[in-house]
Design a protein around this ligand. Structure first.
Ligand code: GLU
Ligand code: ZN
Length: 287
């Protein structure tokens, strides 16, 4: 069996909407077109934001749309030991420092100004930040082409563990996507500006870097991203085929009219899918 895999990593903050279906479908089609495995990971570290039942609603929705994952569903909340070990490694290598700056103090001042870099604060009541530098992080996005980001200019030393102890999304994602089994990260363009930070952490931790592709987003008529905050409508699982017909054209695919069911549509799309078809396309689609 192949060990290459893509992944879909929803946060269980609410049901899927058309935008998350687009990301899930793109990642699924990319993996299956290549003959890879497709994993589902529930990004449930931010417990206060988790909505009870959202994880099973998401999984039911994926099944209803014929997006079937391989192996057991991965939960970040089961993997905290790995993230703590990664924090320990970063600290031993001298890449982290404790930061006591309040959010209020840092508000509106751009990249982290390095205030606590050399202060040697105690761990108690402090966030942990990772030191960044001026070396550009370069990578090739399979949709967007060659990209580069200088972290000292965009974000500065960034948080890997919050003051309340919560492992930051960037670290958990780097550790999980850097595991040998994940070889492809295909996700929405709304997540693009996290990629350089995640690659940087993988480099520091000597993890294997997946290939990246950022696909278009679905936005409301006024241009706002579909999300829980903007009251995106939950997917109606009983209209799976119609939902797929709405998003496949955003992935450069126009299914023949005689394909009636979601398994038929998905099988057809697996054969036809190509990330190359998205190159030069629009960053988002209004809905
Ligand atoms: N769990 C995060 C989200 O749903 C990010 C997932 C990812 O890195 O693909 O927005
Ligand atoms: Zn600080």
């Amino acid at each position: 069996m192949t060990t290459a895999a893509g992944r879909f990593a929803p946060s269980p903050t609410g049901p899927l909407h058309l935008g998350s279906l687009l990301a899930a479908t793109a990642s699924y089609l990319d993996a299956k077109h290549r003959g890879d495995r497709w994993l589902v990971r529930i990004d449930d570290l931010d417990a206060p934001r988790n909505v009870p039942g959202a994880d099973s609603a998401i999984l039911n929705s994926l099944e209803a749309h014929s997006l079937r994952w391989d192996g057991p569903v991965i939960r970040q909340s089961d993997r905290i030991g790995r993230y703590e070990a990664a924090l320990e490694t970063l600290s031993e290598l001298g890449h982290t420092f404790n930061c006591t700056c309040t959010r209020k103090r840092l508000k509106g001042i751009g990249p982290y100004p390095g205030t606590c870099r050399d202060a040697e604060h105690q761990a108690r009541d402090a966030a942990v930040r990772v030191r960044v530098n001026e070396t550009p992080i370069t990578y090739t996005d399979e949709v967007l082409g060659a990209l580069a980001e200088v972290l000292s200019e965009t974000v500065g030393d960034f948080i890997v563990r919050r003051r309340d102890g919560l492992i930051a999304y960037q670290l958990a994602t780097a550790v999980d996507d850097g595991a040998a089994e994940i070889t492809r990260v295909v996700r929405g363009r709304d997540l693009l500006d996290n990629t350089a930070r995640q690659i940087y952490l993988m480099q520091l931790l000597d993890l294997s870097q997946p290939a990246y592709a950022h696909v278009p987003m679905v936005v409301h008529a006024d241009g706002q991203k579909l999300s829980k905050q903007t009251h995106a409508a939950p997917l109606d699982d009983s209209k799976a085929a119609a939902n797929l017909r709405q998003i496949l054209p955003m992935l450069g695919l126009t299914p023949p009219a005689d394909l009636g069911t979601s398994p038929e549509l998905v099988d057809w799309a697996v054969a036809e899918f190509s990330l190359a078809a998205l190159r030069g396309g629009p960053p988002s689609y209004r809905h």
